[in-house]
Ligand binder design. Structure first.
Ligand SMILES: NC(=O)c1ccc[n+]([C@@H]2O[C@H](COP(=O)([O-])OP(=O)(O)OC[C@H]3O[C@@H](n4cnc5c(N)ncnc54)[C@H](O)[C@@H]3O)[C@@H](O)[C@H]2O)c1
Length: 254
């Protein structure tokens, strides 16, 4: 039991990685897990599958300051503290070269993937500091470490989260808040189905085959693979780690 009595808040908590992580955190003894997501329908399904007892679900848009203030406050009111903040909500945008990429989609991707992370730290830090600190985990991507044509907003946003993570690590350290980022390669879930279809409409399977060939361990990550890394960074086992970028990619970027 690596999270006994800990309180975790997971954004994108109704999605593939977020839900798998919520499940693992509860199995590891968390006192409460708050899942924040945009999709009410998926939140209800997530709550059903996790059980209501130790789960608080909150519908919020992570890119709006007022909603971030609301979700951090609600978790504090319900559980008294926030020990683990998993800033994981993300959106992929569309697959198009920059010259055709819609400006409003660019703004939306930046709003969720970058501003959402900034707002999360901005409003959770005071709560976490007051209660002795904790661990912040930011879901970036291998797209935060290298370029991929046709996904400029996503790639730009995931690079930007590394900068926010580093500043968060420096500003959080005096309050005993650790901040790290994780960088998955393709994960076998909804977001990759959407991107595969974007790269080759109607031929997603062949895109998946091509990506898989580029991964030395020969497969996509599972949501649970990523949850295992989040657990390590959430737990006391990583107590001297902050400001680090954790690649989890089966060798994809080697
Ligand atoms: N799937 C992959 O291959 C992959 C690879 C690397 C990194 N990531 C990152 O992992 C994170 C989790 O994604 P996932 O793979 O579980 O995909 P997902 O689409 O299943 O989950 C993303 C969740 O974020 C939520 N979300 C989107 N916009 C939001 C907003 N404005 N406010 C609140 N919630 C919002 C969605 O409703 C969804 O539940 C994302 O940051 C994503 O960029 C995914």
């Amino acid at each position: 039991m690596r999270l006994t009595n800990k309180v975790a808040l997971i954004t994108g908590g109704a999605g593939g990685i977020g839900l798998a992580t919520a499940r693992l955190f509860l199995a590891e003894g968390a006192k409460g897990v708050a899942i924040v997501d945009f999709s009410e329908e998926n939140l209800k399904l997530a709550e059903e599958s996790l059980g209501r007892e130790k789960v608080l679900y909150i519908r919020a848009d992570v890119s709006h300051a007022g909603e971030v203030q609301k979700y951090t406050k609600q978790v504090k009111e319900k559980y008294g503290r926030i020990d683990v903040l998993f800033l994981n909500a993300g959106t992929e945008g569309v697959v198009k070269p920059m010259e055709d990429y819609p400006e409003e989609t660019f703004d939306q991707v930046m709003g969720v993937n970058v501003k959402g992370v900034w707002l999360g730290m901005k409003y959770a830090f005071p709560i976490m500091k007051a209660d002795g600190g904790g661990s912040v985990i930011i879901t970036s991507s291998v797209a935060g470490l290298r370029g991929t044509a046709q996904v400029s907003a996503y790639v730009g946003s995931k690079h930007a989260t590394i900068g926010l993570m580093r500043v968060g690590a420096l500003e959080g350290a005096p309050g005993n808040i650790r901040v790290n980022s994780i960088h998955p390669s393709p994960v076998d879930n909804r977001m990759m189905r959407s991107l595969e279809d974007g790269f080759a409409p109607g031929q997603g399977e062949s895109v998946k085959e091509n990506f898989t060939k580029m991964i030395p361990l020969g497969r996509y990550a599972s949501n649970e693979d990523i949850a295992d890394l989040a657990l390590f960074l959430a737990s006391e086992q990583s107590k001297f780690i902050t400001g680090a970028t954790y690649v989890i990619d089966g060798g994809f970027t080697v």
